[in-house]
Write a protein that binds this ligand. Structure first.
Ligand SMILES: [Zn+2]
Length: 196
């Protein structure tokens, strides 16, 4: 049987189509792909459970100590390198809560991650060559395998791809901003201040 979608799901698809129309990668992204037909036909009704809502951009929350670590490694290495990321999603917010440095094979133009880690659905890799966005190779071999992919280049996060399901396709949201966050409750500190 043909899969069905509720009205709000079609609206959401249209919304993102509009939002991404002028995006560098186009919409649907050249990297999106159809869900397996058989997977859809096995369900009586198509289930919409991506948690996607109407928002203009993702907010990637990067702990400042992790940024410092990336910057430190950047000083040491002239090559690419990658970290696996544990993430918490409360869209549009995606928070990096842990990071793991896997065994990897690197060059100035490539990184191959040789290890998987349970529960780490994100990846960030460094571009040492001032290229701030994903390469075609990144799209073909890396981004597909992770829910969240980030580029680190010259001291900051410069590109983002978050894999979602819209309609009958997997695609990637790439509009984002970065919030560098501290695991410190500033309010608690401020509460201790007595004004003289
Ligand atoms: Zn790359």
């Amino acid at each position: 049987m043909r899969w069905k979608r509720k009205r709000e799901e079609r609206d959401l698809e249209d919304y993102y189509a509009e939002l991404y129309k002028e995006e560098e990668y186009g919409y649907p992204a050249p990297h999106s792909y159809e869900l397996e037909e058989i997977e859809i036909e096995s369900k009586n009704e198509y289930v919409w459970d991506s948690g996607l809502e109407y928002f203009k951009e993702l907010v990637i929350q990067v702990p400042i100590e992790f940024l410092a670590l990336l910057q430190r490694l950047e000083e040491e290495l002239h090559t690419e390198f990658a970290f696996l990321l544990k993430i918490e999603e409360n869209l549009p917010y995606i928070r990096i809560v842990d990071w793991y440095f896997p065994r990897q094979r690197v060059s100035t133009g490539d990184v191959e991650i040789l290890e998987r880690k349970e529960g780490y659905e994100g990846v960030v890799h460094r571009h040492p060559n001032k290229v701030e966005c994903f390469s075609q190779v990144d799209w073909e071999y890396l981004n597909k395998n992770y829910k969240l992919s980030l580029i680190y280049c010259d001291g900051r996060i410069t590109d983002c791809a978050y894999r979602v399901q819209i309609g009958n396709k997997y695609t990637w949201l790439t509009k984002f901003r970065v919030d560098y966050v501290m695991n410190v409750d500033i309010e608690k500190l401020i509460d201790k201040i007595e004004k003289g």
